[in-house]
Design a protein around this ligand. Structure first.
Ligand SMILES: C[S@@+](CC[C@H](N)C(=O)[O-])C[C@H]1O[C@@H](n2cnc3c(N)ncnc32)[C@H](O)[C@@H]1O
Length: 182
């Protein structure tokens, strides 16, 4: 997998929503930090959550398998990525942990913007949405990456009928699906 996982439209959308909310952002799935840097430019604070090289923390076995491939032979660890991102951006905090577990223990601020780009299975995106939903303030923006993945499409379609959120759609030329908490 390439280090660069975002299309130009994704970059524009991340930048737009970070600047529009200009608040507390949570990113699920940081990997090497490509999207985190864009979010950091427009947010007050970005919490970057990932299991990093410790993929055994991922519960879903299909997601674990996929992530094993992306971390294999990467030669960088959580410590390297944390040092680099926090060194470059004083508004980034990198947290090593499994998304659902981190959400359960979350005592930090309410969230204005969440970018979900971790476990790409149906169960994974659904779990990420449900476990972070209570931490979102009213009006918060929820972004899902990789709308071209079948499991993400399936969950996004379900959410379009969910009264708790309003669908804002897909930004142009982007793989990001956007919802707003009512
Ligand atoms: C596609 S990559 C993220 C790419 C990054 N957002 C970017 O655009 O540069 C997915 C990441 O999610 C992480 N991940 C997968 N499942 C997770 C989980 N349940 N909890 C925390 N991190 C997870 C993987 O370790 C991997 O680094």
């Amino acid at each position: 997998m390439k280090n660069e996982l975002l299309m130009e439209g994704d970059r524009i959308a991340l930048d737009h929503y970070a600047r529009e909310t200009e608040g507390i952002t949570v990113e699920i799935g940081t990997y090497l930090g490509g999207s985190a840097k864009i979010l950091a430019e427009g947010s007050k604070k970005v919490y970057c959550i990932d299991v990093f090289e410790d993929i055994e923390l991922i519960k879903n076995k299909d997601a674990k398998k996929e992530c094993k491939d992306i971390w294999k032979d990467k030669g960088v660890t959580y410590k390297d990525i944390k040092a680099k991102l926090e060194g470059e951006y004083e508004n980034i905090e990198v947290i090593k942990g499994e998304s659902e577990q981190v959400a359960k223990e979350w005592k930090k601020e309410q969230v204005d913007l969440i970018f979900i780009d971790g476990d790409h299975t149906y169960e994974g995106v659904k779990t990420d949405f449900e476990c972070w939903f209570p931490h979102l303030r009213k009006g918060a923006i929820v972004l899902f990456h990789d709308s071209n993945y079948k499991p993400i499409q399936k969950f996004a379609m379900e959410l379009t009928k969910d009264k708790r959120v309003k669908v804002l759609g897909l930004p142009q030329n982007s793989l990001i699906v956007v919802f707003k908490k009512r």
